[in-house]
Design a protein around this ligand. Structure first.
Ligand SMILES: CSC[C@@H](O)[C@@H](O)C(=O)COP(=O)(O)O
Ligand SMILES: [Zn+2]
Length: 217
């Protein structure tokens, strides 16, 4: 489906939902120093052609303005004439949509995701086992273990995006960038938010467990 076939009403709803989520995350201090970016797909998913709304680069994400989002195509290029620049990390969103067909991708920098990504960076993943909130990822088995991938934080975003297909686990809706932040996604904004909140909770538990245990892995 071409972008022009997607109804204005649907695009408006997506922008409103994104703006509400942005305000909520900002209230949690999840966008320090203009960091972070959010996106939501508009229209149906087709790996050959899809579109999403994404935060404009470099904005203060705690503010609500008419210039907070723009629509881009599957290559991360703006599809309407605009002076806004898509998030510098849009290519990572593109890759996550392409590989998963998801409906929303949220990226935040927090103290806990930074600390945990650095601590487990050398292993390339964060092992998390037996914590109830793993069920937020729809994993119901007892004592389940997940591994959250940790990618290097290259300055060149295409070089990070290139690594995403090699580490993305369909059961685990998140990828960490080392000393940077997390990308979490879901079939819609509700699910992506649930996943992101669960990751952040799990990282805080991991961090505190490591302190209690005296830092041994
Ligand atoms: C200002 S530090 C954060 C940026 O370097 C980047 O990591 C980030 O998350 C926000 O970039 P943006 O281009 O605004 O989407
Ligand atoms: Zn970032």
């Amino acid at each position: 489906m071409g972008f022009e076939k997607i109804t204005l009403e649907h695009k408006r709803q997506v922008l409103e939902e994104l703006a509400d989520i942005k305000a909520l995350f900002a209230s949690r201090n999840w966008f320090p120093g203009t960091s972070g970016n959010l996106s939501m797909r508009v229209g149906e998913f087709d790996p050959e052609q899809f579109y999403f709304a994404v935060t404009a680069s470099g904005k203060d994400k705690s503010l609500r303005t008419p210039e907070d989002f723009l629509f881009v195509d599957k290559h991360g290029k703006a599809i309407e004439t605009t002076t806004l620049k898509p998030s510098a990390e849009t290519l990572i969103h593109c890759e996550i949509y392409r590989l998963t067909g998801c409906g929303a991708v949220f990226h935040v920098h927090t103290v806990f995701n930074n600390l945990i990504s650095e601590f487990f960076g050398p292993e390339g993943h964060v092992p998390i086992q037996g914590i109830e909130l793993i069920k937020a990822f729809n994993i119901w088995e007892e004592n389940a273990e997940i591994r959250v991938p940790v990618l290097p934080n290259f300055a060149d975003i295409p070089s990070i995006a290139e690594l995403v297909p090699g580490v993305l686990d369909p059961k685990v809706p998140g990828i960490l960038l080392r000393n940077h932040g997390i990308y979490a996604w879901g079939k819609d904004a509700f699910e992506a938010k649930r996943h992101l909140e669960a990751f952040e909770f799990l990282f805080e538990v991991m961090y505190r467990q490591l302190l209690l245990k005296g830092n041994s892995k």
